[in-house]
Design a protein around this ligand. Sequence first.
Ligand code: FAD
Length: 228
Amino acid sequence: MTIVEIVDVTPRYRRIIFSAPDLVEALEIFPTAWLRLWIPNPDRGERHLSQRGYTFVDVNADNGTFGLEFVLHETKGPAGDWARAANVGDVSEVALTPARISLPEGTREIVLAGDITALPAINSWVSDLDASVQARVFIEDDHHDVDQLPAVTRSGDTWAWIRREGKRGEALAEHLRAAVAPSARQYAWAAGEKTLVKHVRAVMKDHLGLIRGQHFSQFYWIEGHSPA
Ligand SMILES: Cc1cc2nc3c(=O)[nH]c(=O)nc-3n(C[C@H](O)[C@H](O)[C@H](O)COP(=O)(O)OP(=O)(O)OC[C@H]3O[C@@H](n4cnc5c(N)ncnc54)[C@H](O)[C@@H]3O)c2cc1C
């Protein structure tokens, strides 16, 4: 796949559009659909490739293009560094990971929580919802430019940006406990840094009382850890 466009949404959030007609044709798109990007990682060896997960955005079947949105995090890492240095015309390798998630029949409210690595996935959820399902979005982030980040908004949904305090996810979990009451036909989804997700997962189980099949969460990255 080849880079055809690069958009700096904010100084730390970059959208890269790829042309990949064969891949797009074979693609089954559903909320949170993601791919594994293979990136050179010279720190691990001259020809070493590392894989990192990124979420599909703006899939355009007519043009054979799709986007990925990269958090340009400050700590050095092959994917963040690759995205920062990317140029139109660059080519990269990917692998698909078709792990479909779908909303249980009859869901009326979906609670979506995470950090900004989960923002593309959260937007993919909201874009896919029936009008009968209300989305409650909660994202923990420290930056001042969050109003410039992409957010799929619909009437009746709520979006809350929570500033981090203490460990990752602590402020988010506290906010969730105060803002969301358990209700029938509720579903919750969370992704982001591991500690953050653990805090949110506890809210899903202990506070919202959700059982298996009513919630899903995934570690997207781990503070201080760079996978091979
Ligand atoms: C299913 C899935 C979907 C994902 N979708 C997206 C997406 O759409 N957009 C996106 O930006 N990320 C997404 N991620 C997260 C992304 O894969 C990780 O952030 C990844 O670790 C970045 O790789 P890296 O090579 O830049 O850094 P790594 O080599 O993994 O890590 C290097 C250092 O940077 C730190 N680090 C890594 N990521 C971050 C971060 N976001 N903020 C602060 N520090 C960080 C690590 O803790 C480590 O200390 C997704 C992950 C998964 C599993």
